[in-house]
Design a protein around this ligand. Structure first.
Ligand code: UDX
Length: 431
């Protein structure tokens, strides 16, 4: 078993640290936020991630997981230092490496001889070299080991990965990193750092492409009177296509896809290649926000001026409280711009939420339950696919609304049950 430092305790870092401790390694997680380190040391996990609190508690009680302030304190005795810090987008579309560079600079003087630094953050192609240059430690190898964790199932994805990707120029270092995953059964791809970094971007860009494709097909289905669900069913049995990631919806969002897709477009452009396909994938996604906003306006008779709209869901997908680049927020901002009065409920967003993403939608009223969102509303828009909405008492919804009209951007609700109660209903890609 190995000694691992994890720098950064966001959802990637904390999941990585807690899962490595669960696999039997000795892990020290570092963060710059002292209050967060205090909370984590008491087992308080403030992100919504199934099993993460359980694994943190397990690691704390076994002594295999500790939390410290500052990377240097974690890295001084480690064999591996995992960099799990954010790589936000710079104004020009490129990924901002300043957090990675700062972390590398901090741990460089204290890393034990022949330690291995591992990039887990999604970093632009060439970043392994950047970290090597900042470290200035010829005895220390830098290896890329990108994560493919979905929010809401990050622990499951870490422990049951589809594949493990390791990018290193040094075979011995690659073998040492792969040995950390010995208890996990998964195909392991060992390649050079640039290829490992590219795999991460290619995977996210391809997944976003699938969603934009199916959202475009949904528009075609509406135009020709076909049902997109059956189209996906029929397409997906072709083993070259598959059924996954072909759910039509309000568009893709979150902390990864938008940033990574834009970063890949930027990388390609900076090397002289115009990634026209991906630019269209982004354009289709923007159109999708607009298409849903138009459906809501259409349901209300064309204009939203002074119309009360109830919204179910603000998170970028179900089972997370993450509002970063959420399609729901995009759509709400378009409804507000059209003069609607919007009241929204999301199981993961408290009524007094100070989430910075809400600054994009001043005027939005966040309410405490699904019925409060429907109160006096002339249209209800379903924007996030929380299970809770599937099982809401539709009679009570009918009673609460001024006019029973639903626009279901996730094709979540039971259309027949709604029709039976006198609702008008519009989904995505189904006539
Ligand atoms: C994603 C990748 O899946 C993960 O491998 C990577 O490491 C990080 O980015 P995540 O951001 O958690 O994970 O979200 P994901 O579950 O992939 O969904 C992204 C967006 O696409 C969400 O807005 C979701 O609602 C939307 N989506 C997803 C669809 O609209 N249709 C689908 O079929 C799938």
């Amino acid at each position: 078993m190995s000694t691992i430092a994890v720098i950064g305790t966001g959802y990637v870092g904390l999941t990585t640290g807690a899962c490595f401790a669960h696999l039997g390694h000795d892990v020290v997680c570092a963060d710059v936020d002292a209050a967060k380190v205090d909370r984590l040391s008491r087992g308080e996990v403030d992100i919504l991630e199934p099993r993460l609190d359980e694994l943190v508690a397990e690691g704390l009680s076994s002594g295999r997981l500790r939390f410290v302030v500052g990377g240097a304190g974690a890295a001084e005795d480690c064999e591996f230092a995992y960099l799990c810090v954010p790589t936000p987008q710079s104004p020009d579309g490129a990924a901002d490496l300043s957090y990675i560079e700062a972390a590398a600079r901090e741990i460089a003087p204290v890393l034990p001889t022949e330690a291995i630094v591992v990039n887990k953050s999604t970093v632009p192609v060439g970043s392994t070299r950047v970290v090597e240059r900042v470290l200035r430690r010829p005895d220390v190898r830098v290896v890329s080991n990108p994560e493919f964790l979905r929010e809401g199932s990050a622990v499951h994805d870490f422990l049951n990965p589809d594949r493990i990707v390791i990018g290193s120029e040094d075979e011995a270092a690659a073998i040492r990193v792969s040995s950390l995953y010995l208890r996990i059964q998964a195909p392991t791809i060992v390649t050079d750092p640039a290829t490992a970094e590219t795999i991460k971007y290619a995977a996210n860009a391809y997944l976003a492409t699938k969603i934009s494709f199916i959202n475009s097909m949904a528009a075609v289905c509406e135009a020709v009177g076909a049902d997109v669900h059956d189209v996906v069913l029929g397409m997906g049995y072709d083993h070259r296509i598959g059924h996954d990631f072909l759910k039509p919806g309000p568009g893709w969002g979150g902390s990864c896809f938008p940033k990574d897709v834009r970063a890949l477009i930027h990388t390609a452009e900076s090397r002289g290649y115009d990634f026209e396909l991906l630019r269209s994938v982004v354009a289709v996604n923007d159109q999708q926000f607009e298409r849903i906003a138009r459906k809501v306006a259409g349901a209300a008779g064309g204009s939203l001026e002074g119309t009360r709209v109830g919204v179910w869901g603000l998170a970028f997908k179900a089972n997370t409280g993450d509002l970063r680049e959420s399609p729901a927020i995009e759509i709400v901002s378009r409804l507000l711009a059209r003069g609607a009065e919007v009241q929204a409920y999301d199981p993961a967003v408290p009524t007094d939420s100070a989430d910075p993403a809400l600054e994009r939608v001043p005027g939005l009223r966040v309410v405490g339950d699904a019925f409060a969102a429907c109160e006096g509303a002339e249209v209800l828009a379903v924007l996030t696919e929380w299970d809770e909405f599937r099982f809401v008492d539709l009679d009570k919804v009918r009673e609460a609304m001024a006019v029973p009209r639903v626009v279901d951007a996730r094709n979540l609700l039971d259309r027949t049950a709604l029709y039976r109660r006198g609702f008008t209903y519009e989904g995505v890609g189904r006539s």
